[in-house]
Design a protein around this ligand. Structure first.
Ligand SMILES: NC(=O)c1ccc[n+]([C@@H]2O[C@H](COP(=O)([O-])OP(=O)(O)OC[C@H]3O[C@@H](n4cnc5c(N)ncnc54)[C@H](OP(=O)(O)O)[C@@H]3O)[C@@H](O)[C@H]2O)c1
Length: 378
């Protein structure tokens, strides 16, 4: 996997140089650079780490960083997704749905549960591992919150519920509440040693959803493009490499509790995002700002057509400004936007043409139609 670039000291020095350039251009407030360097040397106390999953998008970044830190990694999955990855890592084969035999009697210092979206899966894994592990870290989502209408929302906000909490069908409506019930299953099983991480949109090289990726790809193509909404609308996302490092840090530090985990570690507007991405290309792109109402009237929607951006209006006033102070205090660090944008674009362009798919995008002809209508309005 070409995007699994070692996170060496050289890499972080390059990132620091990119940050300084962004700072000079006024893209990043000075406070954003005042973050600790992620740990890059081998850990003093190597852990035995179990990752439930590990071979999709986030998992490989966790595995790579854990190995760099000198931890011993074991994966548990069905052996279907990217089975060629990590030939030297122990792989336990099973199914969260009905076969956890391979986990019986095994001992680990820390567990990271990526693959559960329903509480039964969490309950059953916790049960089979009970008494044999240190911490149990569940990967939830900011979708767990009942509402996204609260700017600067922290971890104490209410989470979603379902009329029937036993449903197991994961849909757009049930995903968030099922994440919340899954979190609770981890807390109930490990009251003192659970960790719950609630990521926002996870992005970067390897992202199969093609959401954030839309912007580097579109901007790199050049020409006139729609810049959505108000230039000051806030946006948030987290580079999978930052999230992976943060999660391993939490496990190393025997942290406990619940953490919102999105980025960057400073307010970022949609204008800063788009111009920041443009800065890593040689594109002649020109942004035409089109307001949210006009886009809706022309059936161009946030998220599904123009990803990352969600207008900060009811009922989503807080979606782009989730409070991550607790995670930052616990060691969350964020790569500069320049790194995320450039690495994502390089990764995407290196994919075979048939795999260069964007899950969320605005088709070029539709974009040109909407731009023409915008210019023609009275
Ligand atoms: N993408 C986002 O923007 C976003 C945002 C917030 C939260 N999240 C959460 O982030 C987490 C990370 O997702 P990821 O896909 O990147 O993790 P991952 O650990 O890299 O990949 C998913 C793993 O789950 C395994 N798996 C799937 N079904 C299984 C089953 N029935 N039994 C055992 N293993 C199974 C897959 O392997 P096999 O197929 O071989 O079994 C694969 O190794 C998810 O919980 C997601 O809800 C994502």
């Amino acid at each position: 996997m070409p995007w699994l670039v070692p996170t060496t000291r050289r890499h972080f020095l390059a990132s620091a140089a990119a940050s300084t350039a962004a700072l000079a251009h006024g893209l990043v407030p000075p406070s954003a650079l005042a973050q600790p360097e992620p740990r890059t040397d081998p850990a003093d106390s190597p852990m035995r780490l179990l990752i439930l999953g590990g071979t999709g998008f986030l998992g490989p970044h966790q595995v790579q960083y854990a190995l760099e830190r000198g931890h011993t990694v074991t994966l548990f999955n069905r052996g279907r997704t990217n089975p060629h990855l990590f030939p030297d890592v122990e792989k336990l084969v099973g199914d969260r749905n009905n076969d956890l035999t391979a986990l019986e009697g095994r001992e680990f210092d820390a567990v990271i549960d990526n693959s559960a979206n329903i509480p039964r899966w969490v309950r059953q894994s916790c049960e089979v591992l009970q008494g044999n592990i240190g911490s149990y870290q569940y990967v939830s989502s900011i979708s767990a919150y009942a509402s996204h209408d609260i700017p600067d929302m922290d971890e104490t906000a209410d989470v979603g519920t379902l009329d029937d909490p036993t449903v197991e069908r994961v849909t757009g409506q049930t995903y968030g509440p099922l994440k919340a019930y899954s979190e609770q299953a981890a807390r109930d099983a490990y009251p003192d040693t659970h960790i719950v991480v609630r990521p926002g949109l996870i992005v970067g090289p390897g992202d199969p959803t093609g959401r954030f990726t839309y912007w580097p790809v579109r901007i790199d193509r050049g020409g006139e493009t729609i810049a959505p909404g108000n230039p000051t609308d806030p946006v948030q996302f987290i580079d999978a490499r930052d999230l992976a490092r943060f999660q391993i840090t939490l496990a190393e530090d025997n942290a406990t509790g619940t953490y919102n985990a999105t980025g960057p570690n400073h307010p970022l507007s949609i204008a800063e995002l788009l111009y920041g991405i443009r800065a890593v290309t040689t594109s002649d792109v020109r942004f035409t700002w089109v307001d949210a109402d006009f886009l809706a009237e022309h059936e161009v929607y946030p998220w599904s057509n123009l990803p990352v951006w969600v207008p900060p209006t009811e009922p989503m006033r807080g979606f782009g400004s989730v409070n991550c102070d607790r995670a930052i205090a616990a060691g969350l660090t964020c790569l500069p936007l320049a790194d995320t944008a450039r690495d994502t674009l390089d990764w995407f362009k290196a994919l075979p043409a048939e795999h260069q798919r964007l899950g969320a995008s605005l088709q070029p002809d539709k974009e040109q139609q909407v731009l023409a209508a915008w210019h023609a309005r009275g």
